[in-house]
Design a protein around this ligand. Sequence first.
Ligand code: A3P
Ligand code: MG
Ligand code: MG
Length: 380
Amino acid sequence: TNTQHQYRSESALGQNPLSCRTLSTRRELYERDFPVYKQPVEVGCFSLDSERRFFNDSRQMRYYVEPDRNPNFNLRDGYRDRFIKRDDSVKERLDHILRWIVANKSKINPTGAAASPRALDVDFVTWRGHLTKLLTTPYETREGWLLAVTRFRGTFYISEVETEAAHRERENRTERHEEMMYWGYKFEQYTCADNTHSLPDPGGVVNTNEAFCTVVQTRLADHRLLFSGEVDCRDKDPKAPAAPACYVELKTSAEICTPKQRSNFHRFKLLKWWAQSFLPGVPRVVAGFRDQEGVVVSVETFHISKISHLIKNEYNCWKPTVCMNFCCDFLSFVKRVVTEDSHRVVYLFSWDPYKDVTYSAHRDSQYCFLPHWYVEEMTR
Ligand code: A3P
Ligand code: MG
Ligand code: MG
């Protein structure tokens, strides 16, 4: 089995292991022991207000209020008259995280910039959502991705680029789809309060510009990661464990009525939910199950640590170890490929379902994403 293990990790590198030009995403190649993934530590947080302005604090934190056993949340309420939607044609790239880094440099560089030749003591800086896409890649059959990587002062910055297909999809959403994207945020409004001693206000405005984001540090095998992810709310008990263990992820999903629906829920939805929350160490997901009319009829808590047991009886199901090993090997691939250290160079990694990961390099192109203010701040 040891020999087999070595052959497997080599054959992940495309046809010719020495060329290292492509990376396979075939599931079988990643069925090894679970890699080391250190307990994520929250090193900070930030907030984005109703106009998407950055604040280096937790002002947008919300508090989970457990709903009734038989809720009756109408998710369609307010879609026409009490909804302010974030402009998703504005590409923010890594800007908010970079602003956080500039404001908190000392927290991630305990030795100080003078003692270290590197600007940052981490290998990768990215959004949690980009890592979620990497984790689910071996099982994804519909949507490909484009990830731009720049190596700057020894750290690899990973920022997503919208694919042609995603761009077309965004511009051609149906009215039904637009409304259904609102439902998830409306559920948050029914279950979250602004402070520990108030109640949710379903009569208010839903504004999707607002966000509270955690910044965590962790390590996947030999990759030191710093990433940020949006957090829906936290346990309002002041005696709850420290972040990220007190955080709660909120989700909505169609009501499950048949064995086929249950199987699909386990095989596809729980994969995404697990990947998103496992990464930052968020321990539980509260799911609101809605009927055809968009009314939440039941609420159920899923513990992230129990999801892998829940899915074990599913035929041909996803495996956490495949997700983590693929992500780990992709990051190693990035370290091998991205050799030039320059804010002016972007390596574009591209993947489509049933294909291998490929890449191309671009100098002074439209893909450059590290802002001048960041480069200047980190070069001083
Ligand atoms: P649901 O996932 O409950 O439908 P998140 O769950 O990550 O906190 O996101 C909140 C809501 O944003 C989602 O709620 C959904 O309504 C919307 N949303 C998030 N990602 C989306 C995506 N890729 N496409 C469409 N809607 C999305
Ligand atoms: Mg969210
Ligand atoms: Mg959510």
